[in-house]
Design a protein around this ligand. Sequence first.
Ligand SMILES: Cc1cc2nc3c(=O)[nH]c(=O)nc-3n(C[C@H](O)[C@H](O)[C@H](O)COP(=O)(O)O)c2cc1C
Ligand code: SF4
Length: 417
Amino acid sequence: MISEKETVTMTKPSKWKELSSPITMRGVTFKNRMMRSGMYEGMATERGMVTADLESWIARQAAGGAGCIFPGYSNVALPRCMPFQTGSYSDSHIPGLKKLADIIHSYGAVAGLQLAAAGRQANPNLFFSDAEAVMGPSAMGPSPMYAAACREMTEAEIWKAIEDTAAAAVRAKKAGFDVVLPNAAHGYLLAQFLSPHTNKRTDAWGGSPEKRFKFFDEVFRAVRKAVGPDMLVWTKISVDEPWDDGINLDEARIFIPEVAKLVDAIEISGGTIVDNVFMMTRGEIPIGTLKKGIGSSVGGISAGLIDALYGMRDSVKFEEAYWYKHAVALKPLCGDTPLILTGGHKYPATMNQIVKEGTADMLSLARVLAAEPNFPNEVLEGREDPGKCSNCNKCLVEVVLGNKLRCFLPDPGYSFN
Ligand SMILES: Cc1cc2nc3c(=O)[nH]c(=O)nc-3n(C[C@H](O)[C@H](O)[C@H](O)COP(=O)(O)O)c2cc1C
Ligand code: SF4
């Protein structure tokens, strides 16, 4: 459980005017422009049920003042990518999800739920998984992180994945969430269909950008039909991947105008989980923490993988607002659909400027809120100092290894007992 500690005192009220201003989408008002980006907590049970630890963590994050809170992504079907991931694949998950939505609402924030299917990123070593069930748009050799090969999905399996996502969206609605976000970022199934690297199909679902977009199109049409006109439907989408033939800015320029027609807001991100997760977060590659994974149930973490990741360290160096130039390029292609920018927001002045200049309509924050849950409140109160997160990425590797999310700074703004 998490206990509160003293937080930094307030400074100049309303200094960051644009960041503090509300925004309304489809009749839902967000009290400010900061949201807690989906951040896998590793706090659900083996069957994906919400626990008291997860409720407590989400309460702490929501108390921090962000206008919108997304718990870590939920899985719409088995097998899963992460061990203690929250489920949205069964009606039995609805009561626990409702507790999270109620907690978020009690702090005046909008509640969002991410939905993801693992596809080739599934870990067959986890509970209720099997290697045969690891499948993606096209057959591929062992994934670097889980050493799991995937087989090609059949037409029936593709339609089942679409139905699974729509059914999970209905569960999110029944649980009281305001926003549902099928995740097309970080190498999950939606991204796998979009990416020329992972989608080599030559049927209706692959072979050209239009055909690779078909799965996305069908999923979002099915979700909208299932949840009706009142619920917000967003996506998070990768605009860069760690391969020469993966999604890049040129590919994103083709997809984004079509995406904008289907969703109420677009959060942009990049990278994949099983190939180079540090492209998603940027910063240090915590070799010592990674080494703890060799021989663990995670499966593929080997000295070779760690060397390969370390070899990529220069390409994942931390920069403030590291997807900013992608946002500059893509925002004009979004039409009236708001753009949400994740990745490396630490400096309040820059954050306010990004919203003020209109490059992004909202900013989504992850590690900075793991390090300092009260960061949004302090920014709203005029904080100028950057967030304390050092981008060591230990939190990320620890959750991949099956541990609960926490910050490893000596003074993270809360304590566990
Ligand atoms: C521990 C951890 C878990 C994450 N889990 C998710 C997730 O469940 N869904 C998601 O879309 N992104 C996830 N991310 C990525 C974040 O949402 C965010 O896009 C990224 O960390 C960049 O933001 P930051 O620089 O503020 O951390 C995760 C990141 C971390 C560090
Ligand atoms: S462990 Fe803490 S300091 Fe390190 S990246 Fe995670 S949140 Fe930031």
